[in-house]
Write a protein that binds this ligand. Structure first.
Ligand code: NAG
Ligand code: NAG
Length: 433
């Protein structure tokens, strides 16, 4: 949006007047105009802004957020929040959520524009310090990575580090977190769960939500491994997208019915081992539970579950990390030949990722969207026997720095190498020409 500003100085150097707004474009005339000003020691600057649904700065301070939400508006009409029988805990099923959510939205109309594409990321970790001496540091870096992605894409993020249901530990803890997030965020259409140890390794890529428009749950997996091999690794439950809906609440109710908070936990362990012969952990786990629901209750849930295998919705780190240097060079190679791709721009300006598409379409070397450190357990420091602690650590650093380079680019810096977390170099103008 164009911003006009004028400044003036008095003879004493003290600001005296706000500038006048000169020309208004035709477009501007359609919207109410708000003027505000701030003073610096040397001048008074005044801005005018149009008020519309995309970007509003209101005269009354911070009541209107970046997205045009009216953050102070909460009319007296009762909503589900006023119902004493409705609980955030998973032990008591919620009914008619779609109607309840719709009514809330109707009373809070500023949240309606853009609703269909509104995603909220939910992640988290344990409540106590990590046993691994560098575990908390790694979790911080993993979280920073998610905050970066969410800032860039305008998504909200919630980090939960308490067990909302004390019996639902480790991988089961996400279900109560996701349910609570749905109630806390009726304005979010999708809740996106991502394990703490999953890293965004393509900061530009956006979820193809259009592809999921008639689905309620998206998970990374391979239909053949699920339906033919009946493998518990036919999908990965560490990252999923779930639509804020009654369907989701019903689904999570059934899914969590296999969890440690139920009297049937042990029995489910047996059933799941029986169903997926390659299952290694003896206890009932959420991932095998999901495979089970796809196998045994396909008619009930299957048509709303999208098993994504066309990109790295989340990807196994072992398969990815060795390629990151190569991918960096490929991207740099394309930029060397295309001036428009390497033009410097503000971080908020996102048109460049769309420009990239024509170069990436069908290319096997597109940045993997999410890299998941399955089996590395950064917080506990224990890890799968298949790899050494050092190989996990080196791989995590590489993936985090690979992602960080994409962020730092907008700030004018780059890591000196993917293995070097500690130092950066300033980027020369027109890099990487
Ligand atoms: C936001 O809501 C408050 C309270 O309902 C209302 O007074 C105000 O006019 C609203 N602001 C906008 C920009 O709609
Ligand atoms: C990247 O890998 C491909 C093969 O996968 C290879 O042909 C290419 O030379 C590599 N590029 C670089 C810059 O290492």
């Amino acid at each position: 949006m164009p911003i006009r500003r004028t400044s003036s100085l008095s003879s004493t150097g003290i600001p005296i007047a706000a500038g006048t707004i000169v020309a208004l474009s035709l477009l501007w005339a359609f919207w109410p105009i708000t003027t505000f000003s701030f003073t610096s020691p040397t001048r008074t600057v005044s801005f005018s802004t149009g008020v519309n649904n995309l970007n509003i700065f209101s005269g009354d301070g911070a009541t209107i957020g970046d997205h045009g939400f009216n953050l102070t508006h909460d009319p007296p009409e009762p909503t589900f929040y006023d119902d004493p029988d409705l609980t955030y805990t998973i032990d008591k099923p919620i009914k008619n959520w779609d109607e309840k959510r719709r009514e809330w939205l109707w009373l809070h109309p500023s949240f309606i524009p853009g609703l269909q594409n509104r995603v909220m990321l939910v992640t988290g970790s344990q409540f106590n310090p990590c046993p691994n001496p560098i575990g908390d540091h790694l979790l911080l870096r993993f979280f920073k990575n998610k905050v970066d992605y969410c800032r860039i894409h305008g998504y909200d993020i919630f980090y939960n580090n308490v067990l909302l249901n004390p019996k639902m530990f480790t991988y089961w803890a996400k279900i109560p977190s996701v349910q609570a997030a749905m109630l806390a965020h009726p304005e979010a259409e999708w809740i996106w769960w991502a394990d703490a140890d999953a890293v965004f390794t393509d900061m530009d890529f956006k979820l193809p939500l259009q592809r999921y428009k008639s689905h309620n749950f998206v998970v990374h997996g391979w239909p053949e491994l699920i339906y033919e091999k009946k493998s518990w690794t036919g999908l990965n439950a560490g990252v999923f997208l779930i639509r804020n809906s009654q369907w989701a609440l019903d689904f999570m109710d059934v899914w969590s019915g296999m969890g440690p908070q139920t009297p049937n936990y042990e029995k489910w362990g047996e059933i799941l081992r029986e169903t997926c012969k390659d299952k290694t952990v003896p206890e009932s786990d959420d991932q095998t539970g999901l495979v089970y629901l796809l196998l045994k209750e396909k008619e009930k849930w299957g048509d709303k579950i999208y098993v994504e295998d066309r990109y790295y919705f989340e990807g196994y780190w072992k398969e990815i990390v060795g390629k990151l240097e190569n991918i960096t060079e490929r991207y740099n190679g394309v930029e060397k030949g295309e001036r428009r791709l390497r033009r410097r721009h503000a971080e908020k300006v996102r048109g460049y990722s769309a420009l990239w598409e024509e170069y990436l379409e069908g290319e096997g070397w597109r940045r993997p969207f999410m890299t998941h450190f399955t089996g590395c357990q950064p917080c506990s420091g224990t890890h799968n026997e298949l790899y050494s602690r050092q190989s996990c650590l080196d791989a995590m650093e590489k993936a985090l720095n690979f992602a960080d380079n994409q962020v730092l680019r907008s700030y004018g810096f780059v890591h000196s190498s993917l293995g070097d977390s500690g130092s950066v170099l300033p980027l020369p103008f027109d890099y990487p020409a």
